[in-house]
Write a new protein. Structure first.
Length: 488
């Protein structure tokens, strides 16, 4: 029955993707869902993409090992979404762009887009690869086959429904996955395990005092989570691309804030599930399997299939979001540097004449990019060994190299293209050098070194160079205020 539930879930995702195909008329529909999502769809899908395998399976594992302090990884993610939504989402939504790197070019003028696009594309691709490995682990257990075949099967499903309707397919499947995830975690798994362990008081009486401390995991780990994920979520293309789908500033701000609060509750739920699993099954050797083991052993058949589907939903939503992010950045920021034919506007934001079938051709081009990056992601997942290390390096370079130029461009008008270029190159180089010298890929120090170097370079480079031209700043200010948006 559990296998049947998972199979039905997979078929349903393909069916939803097929239905969403009818909503796609042009590239804006395909890449950003026509920029018309309301609060329910927007909030649900934003929560779905940020809460993936690390948040679900990893959050439970950390709760099993460290108790309530295992919540900090997911808590840092929720905090990042809250800050992004309340402080920046409205302004980001008004920009009417497709990528983070396009925003940098709009703010500073030419000179920042290619390098930032390469970094952002690498980060999104590695996120897709990690997700592919994560859901293959679940599928291989459920169906009793090897991990490489399940990577191909699961990856093929994600590629297929993503290609059908682009962001519309991903939005509708993510919302379905959000409902499944919420039901599986909050309605089924958490209440059942708390009932079996005697509730919060039962956990407190059966676990050591350290399990109830918020600092058991260690200050260094908490700092590393916030430096990596809190800052990473502020600037990731996969997250910004969701912000671009909101139909209004109000939706981007308040529905996004609701998604952030949901993430904070998810953090507490995951840690509590891990603590309950520690009481019920104290001798699990491989803690990466805590989620799957406690579900299959403690829940009735059928219900356990739905809860496993909840974890699969969490992972697939992250995978599809990362896949379209990588494809969009490659198409709009990298390949377009050599071919302007993929644009429907020039670098000044002015409309360009387009042929009558331009929209259809752009959608087909975007589908091709998703196919290419989807296949590349599966191939990397099948061949690479230390994926988490690769993802950590990608996150480190993303934050250490790009955070200052992106946030600085939004909050400091004196920032210039020279300052932004210098901060990206110096920040990335300093992060890589600190990673090499530290010998600990998972430490927070390399990102902090990169951030400090990037910030100092950005300030000095901007102050020593001529201010950004009045023409560029005028276009930027008009776009920030929601005026003079380019015609699609």
């Amino acid at each position: 029955m559990d296998v049947a539930v998972i199979a039905i879930y997979i078929v349903a995702m393909i069916g939803i993707g097929w239905l969403a195909k009818r909503r796609v008329r042009n590239d804006e529909d395909f890449l950003v869902a026509g920029r018309r999502l309301g609060p329910m769809l927007y909030g649900g899908t934003l929560a779905a993409i940020v809460l993936g395998g690390a948040s679900t399976i990893g959050g439970v594992r950390l709760g099993y090992r460290y108790g309530i302090s295992g919540m900090w990884l997911v808590f840092s993610i929720g905090s990042g979404i809250l800050l992004l939504s309340l402080a920046f989402a409205a302004r980001i939504n008004r920009l009417n762009v497709y990528t983070v790197s396009e925003m940098l070019e709009l703010r500073y003028g030419p000179g920042t887009r290619l390098f930032s696009g390469i970094v952002m594309c690498s980060y999104a691709l590695m996120l897709c690869v990690v997700s592919t490995i994560a859901y293959s682990t679940i599928l291989s257990v459920i169906f009793g086959i090897g991990k490489i075949p399940t990577m191909i099967i699961g990856g093929g499903v994600v590629i297929f429904y993503s290609m059908l309707g682009g962001m519309w397919s991903i939005t509708l499947t993510d919302f379905a996955q959000f409902v499944i995830k919420t039901t599986g975690i909050f309605v089924l798994l958490l209440p059942i395990l708390l009932f079996k362990t005697g509730g919060i008081s039962g956990l407190a009486s059966q676990l050591p005092p350290s399990a109830l401390s918020l600092t058991t995991i260690g200050g260094g780990a908490i700092l590393a989570y916030f430096v990596t994920y809190f800052f990473g979520l502020l600037i990731g293309q996969d997250i910004w691309q969701r912000v671009f789908t909101a139909r209004s500033d109000r939706v981007a701000k308040w529905a996004g804030a609701a998604a952030g609060i949901y993430c904070l509750l998810y953090a507490l739920a995951g840690a509590s599930i891990g603590m309950a699993a520690k009481v019920l099954l104290p001798d699990i050797a491989d803690q990466d399997d805590v989620y799957a083991i406690v579900v299959t052993r403690e829940l009735p058949v059928g219900i356990s299939g739905l809860v496993i589907a909840a974890a699969l939903a969490a992972i697939m939503s992250t995978s599809s979001g990362a896949l379209i992010a990588a494809a969009t950045v490659a198409k709009e920021d990298i390949v377009s540097r050599w071919s302007r034919s993929s644009y429907n506007r020039d670098c000044d934001g002015e409309p360009l004449p387009v042929p009558s079938d331009h929209g259809r051709r752009e959608v087909e081009n975007s589908r091709a990019y998703i196919l290419v990056f989807g296949v590349l992601g599966i191939a990397l997942a099948c061949s690479l060994r230390d994926i988490l290390a690769a993802l950590t390096i990608a996150y480190d370079i993303l934050v250490g190299g790009l955070l200052v130029a992106i946030v600085g461009g939004i909050v400091w008008q004196r920032g210039t293209v020279r300052g932004a270029q210098a901060s990206m190159f110096v920040g990335s180089a300093a992060t890589l050098a600190a990673l090499t010298l530290s010998g600990d890929i998972y430490a927070s120090r390399p990102i902090l070194v990169g951030l400090v170097a990037s910030l100092v370079t950005y300030a000095i480079g901007s102050l020593l160079s001529d201010p950004t031209s009045a023409q560029v700043m005028s276009r930027w200010q008009a776009r920030i205020e929601g005026n003079n948006a380019p015609t699609q």
